[in-house]
Design a protein around this ligand. Structure first.
Ligand SMILES: Cc1ncc(COP(=O)(O)O)c(C=O)c1O
Length: 377
């Protein structure tokens, strides 16, 4: 922590809230607001919004797929994609037990789509073992009893696993497995650009094996709203109908797509800085007595830090301490905090955060020692 500048000096420099709760918290940049103000728009439900078309064409090209569709959220992107692939009742999808679709999307694939989830254990790196995926595929001979496996879902980067990246080789292997069994492959690519950047591979190559990808524009890329799903033209045609069914057909969405275009054009390259800052933060946190970070697992913009049980503090107490000092982070559980980097977090913000956390933990530990020596006296 020697390089960490004196807290008071940095506090002087930090005049605003430092929001590390998620990469969804970014505010539109001036360029985005200007693009929104001057966006050419029309009715997108009728298919005439020129800015939406421009974004969809651009995203299809970047992702190496035939077509794309703007949807309001990542949740709707995943839901529509799963429902297009599983359009027969009694379909089953294989997905990670720690995946966003399974945990955080209200079970929408079941409650709305009648799709049965078959979970496979997510390893710490976000993968599922190939042999476990294969074993989870239902034997078509048992069709009298079993649901029918139709889809495999991956998540890249894997949020709950700390933003870990699935490699091209792994994704290709899952794609081959899917093909061998006549299944489709969907990638929840809410942070696929983070993964591509961290792996150093073109994003279209990374998702080559996938039949569909849901790409969030409102996470690390910083657009205020929106996700784009990509896939074949026939997939997107069906997705458009489902989007309307779910109430996601919106009219003059060029306003939103204009900001998203700026995000794609200007912010992809900034992800590299987010990843560097996440590593810097992780390294600093790991040097603080009473905290622990699995440094090797920090591959992109998400940092999970464990609060040691003997540090006399908890995740919640630390969150409160930081909030009083203008820093917002999220408690994952009683002893785990999540901090997420994005383009509106500066290196100074990281330094200030580190010094506040160091101070909080040091105070907690010393108050415990003081309490013990008082008890002895
Ligand atoms: C991996 C992943 N997938 C999907 C989503 C859903 O996105 P949204 O919040 O836009 O519905 C999120 C949101 O945080 C996510 O982290």
């Amino acid at each position: 922590m020697g390089e960490v500048a004196a807290r008071d000096d940095i506090a002087e420099m930090v005049k605003r809230v430092i929001d590390m709760r998620s990469d969804t918290v970014t505010k539109p940049t001036e360029a985005m607001r200007a693009a929104m103000a001057s966006a050419e728009v029309d009715d997108d439900v009728l298919g005439y919004d020129p800015t939406a078309r421009r974004l969809e064409t651009e995203m299809a090209k970047i992702m190496g797929k035939e077509a794309a569709l703007f949807v309001p959220s990542g949740t709707m992107g995943n839901l529509v994609s799963v429902l297009v692939h599983c359009d027969v009742r009694g379909s089953e999808v294989i997905l990670g037990d720690n995946s966003h679709i399974h945990i955080y999307e209200n079970g929408g694939i079941s409650t709305i789509g009648g799709v049965h989830p078959k979970t496979v254990k997510n390893n710490k790196d976000g993968t599922m073992d190939l042999d476990l995926i294969e074993a989870a595929i239902r034997d078509p001979k048992g069709e009298l009893f079993y649901p029918t496996t139709r889809l495999i879902c991956l998540e890249n980067s894997h949020a709950n696993c700390g933003g870990r990246c699935l490699s091209v080789e792994y994704t290709d292997k899952v794609g081959e497995l899917a093909k061998k069994h006549g299944l489709k492959l969907h990638i929840d690519g809410a942070r696929i650009f983070n993964a591509a950047m961290a792996l150093g591979v073109p994003v279209d190559r990374l998702v080559q094996a996938a039949d569909s990808v849901s790409v969030c524009l409102s996470k690390g890329l910083g657009a205020p709203v929106g996700t784009v799903i990509v896939g074949s033209r026939s997939f997107i045609n069906k997705a458009k109908t489902l989007r309307k069914t779910l109430g996601g057909g919106m009219r003059q969405i060029g306003i939103l797509c204009a900001a998203a275009l700026v995000a794609v054009q200007e912010n992809v390259k900034k992800l590299e800085d987010d990843h560097k800052q996440a590593k810097q933060l992780a390294g600093g946190l790991n040097q603080i007595v009473g905290l622990r970070v699995d440094i090797d697992s920090v591959e992109t913009n998400i940092v999970y830090v464990d609060v040691c049980k003997n540090s006399n503090t908890t995740a919640l107490k630390l969150c409160e301490y930081l909030e009083e000092r203008g820093i917002l982070v999220m408690a994952g559980n009683a002893y785990r905090i999540r901090l997420v980097m994005h383009h509106q977090i500066s290196s100074t913000d990281v330094q200030y955060t580190l010094s506040c956390i160091q101070e909080a933990v040091a105070e907690a530990i010393s108050s415990e020692h003081a309490g013990k020596s008082q008890a002895i006296n």
